[in-house]
Design a protein around this ligand. Structure first.
Ligand code: AMP
Length: 394
């Protein structure tokens, strides 16, 4: 068992918390502050327990000097200050005397936010390549390290694995919640366990399919990747997405698990991918050469519903159609509606699926919506995430 923030006496200690403040910002305005809100429980706990709180986070990608301006954490410091109703000491540096002095002057219960850790990527990708010296340096600024940035746990960076290698460490409340939800769904799940997989490409989901096909009772496949599976059954899919390299993989899976992998039976098509485009609906076998399949059809929703209504656990990763465009969002919305009324454990992977479910207004009906797209995907692939693996054992 990994240590958590509750396993430490935080009083008067310099506690470095790696949070995920990677929020969408346009012209210094934060579009969605969900990630900041998700970190509050851990930050508040540290404040209430008398820690000197030092926050580290990345924001976007920093490849050249000009990326710094749009990726500064300053707007985050302001929003965090509003949410905590407390002054935040924002240091515009990622290392050096000013930062060290500010940290040494910190009083118990005060909060300091360090500038974007990825500013260190300008000098040879030091943060993203987990430079040993950088991890050691950041660790030297604190007494205890808490990792609460689930969204980066699948990456070994200096600000997570690097620091944890050099300090006593634990996980925060958000990482604990994520691990509990995802682990609970795949280790000893309430059955039947049904997995809904969608999204663009088969390539991105091979690891998840391979791992979950052994664990799940059913895998319902929609989205762009469904058409590659259908093509593997020698069905004409017109101009739909086709992941040529993985046709053989699909064939093997369908042959090995014919009753477990459930494919769409009808489809919503268009000739172009754009707003307000004319759409047609047909059975899969009736697709025309110039059709692009962009959503599951109504009969598929009905079919998927039959499997879902029986299920006690549902894991969903990947939208069932090109749901950023209204015309192709029906399948995803209708499956949301099915889940809304179900009494089951409903776990949603992060990324596009999470955004779609939140935007369509179904957030409150899900048991858990992950904050990490890549991290939740790797978790479901059965991988150990480096940012969690390195944390001290109890
Ligand atoms: P992923 O990040 O792999 O979960 O993929 C999500 C993306 O898949 C979204 O941007 C969707 O627009 C896209 N997608 C879903 N269904 C289709 C489809 N039928 N054709 C093309 N792209 C799709």
């Amino acid at each position: 068992m990994k240590k958590t923030i509750r396993d430490f006496d935080l009083k008067d200690k310099k506690v470095i918390i790696r949070v995920d403040f990677n929020v969408p910002i346009k012209d210094s305005i934060i579009d969605d502050d969900n990630r900041i809100k998700q970190s509050l429980e851990t930050i508040n706990y540290a404040i209430e327990n008398g820690a000197k709180v030092i926050l580290l986070s990345h924001l976007g990608r920093v490849k050249e000097e000009s990326d710094k301006e749009k990726n500064t954490l300053e707007p985050v410091a302001l929003r965090l200050s509003e949410l905590l109703d407390k002054e935040i000491i924002f240091v515009e540096e990622t290392r050096g005397e000013i930062l060290e002095e500010e940290i040494n002057n910190l009083k118990s219960g005060e909060v300091l936010l360090v500038e974007n850790t990825r500013f260190e990527d300008l000098n040879g990708k030091l943060e993203s390549s987990n430079d040993l010296e950088l991890g050691k340096y950041w660790a030297s600024l604190g007494d205890i390290f808490i990792n609460d940035a689930f969204g980066t746990c699948h990456r070994a960076h200096a600000s997570n694995v690097g620091i944890a290698s050099n300090l006593p460490s634990g996980i925060g409340f958000l990482v604990e919640k994520e691990v509990k939800a995802l682990e609970g769904a795949i280790k000893d799940p309430k059955r039947p366990l049904t997995v809904i997989l969608g999204g663009a490409k088969v390539k991105d989901k091979i690891g998840v399919i391979e791992n979950l096909v052994e664990i799940a009772d059913y895998i319902l496949i929609g989205g762009g990747m469904a058409y590659t599976f259908l093509s593997a059954c020698d069905i004409n899919i017109g101009k739909s997405l086709k992941d040529e390299e993985n046709i053989e993989f699909c064939k093997t899976m369908l042959k090995k698990y014919p009753d477990k992998i459930i494919l769409p039976i009808d489809t919503i098509n268009a000739k172009e991918i754009k707003e307000n485009v004319e759409t047609t609906e047909c059975f899969i076998k009736d697709m025309k050469d110039d059709d692009i399949g962009l959503d599951i059809g109504h009969s598929t929703v009905k079919l998927f519903k039959e499997y879902l209504l029986d299920s006690k656990t549902v894991i969903w990763n990947g939208t069932l159609g090109y749901s950023e465009i209204e015309e192709f969002s029906t399948g995803t919305k209708e499956i949301c509606e099915v889940l809304k009324n179900m009494d089951a454990i409903k776990i949603i992977g992060g990324g596009d699926t999470a955004s779609a479910i939140i935007n369509f207004g179904y957030k409150d009906y899900m048991t858990h919506i992950s904050t990490g797209g890549g991290a939740s995907l790797e978790f479901l692939e059965g991988k150990q995430l480096p940012g969690i693996k390195i944390i001290s054992e109890k």
